[in-house]
Unconditional design. Structure first.
Length: 151
């Protein structure tokens, strides 16, 4: 891969503080078996020792750090902050089946659309995750936000 391809504008990672880093990794790698822990370590976080790790693939990842306190923001609230992260997957049904077999229940399915499907999960104190499967390679179909089902 050349540097121009590597450095195109895209989301590289998000950093999340969690309570149970091992459980967060288990959730993510169950849903996304192509993801792995890319690196990890320990550091001092403003006077508190924490464990951190990067879980993802060669192109993107989630940076996780433990030591979280309190509860994750309720995605239905009006509070400022991330409501959910969207992750594309090749087979949504397989993700849902793997997570169900491991004991994680879907929060709710995404809306009906002929060119994309999704399922939302709230796993422990993680931010809500939306797993998305696109059903069209055409951007104008994938990114159609005004589609309405025919009566």
């Amino acid at each position: 891969m050349d540097l121009a391809t590597l450095n195109h504008e895209r989301l590289d990672h998000a950093n999340l503080t969690v309570v149970d880093i091992d459980r967060a990794v288990a959730f993510l790698t169950t849903a996304l078996p192509g993801w792995r822990v890319r690196g990890q370590g320990r550091m001092d976080w403003f006077g508190t020792p924490i464990r951190w790790l990067h879980v993802g693939n060669d192109d993107s990842y989630l940076a996780l750090q433990d030591g979280g306190q309190g509860e994750a923001m309720d995605w239905r609230s009006r509070r400022i902050g991330a409501k959910h992260l969207g992750i594309t997957v090749p087979d949504l049904d397989a993700v849902v089946q793997r997570l169900a077999a491991a004991g994680w229940a879907m929060d709710h399915p995404g809306g009906a659309h002929p060119h994309r499907r999704s399922a939302y999960y709230v796993a422990d104190e993680l931010v809500q995750i939306e797993f998305m499967q696109y059903l069209s390679a055409r951007p104008e179909e994938r990114n159609d936000y005004v589609w309405q089902p025919q009566p």
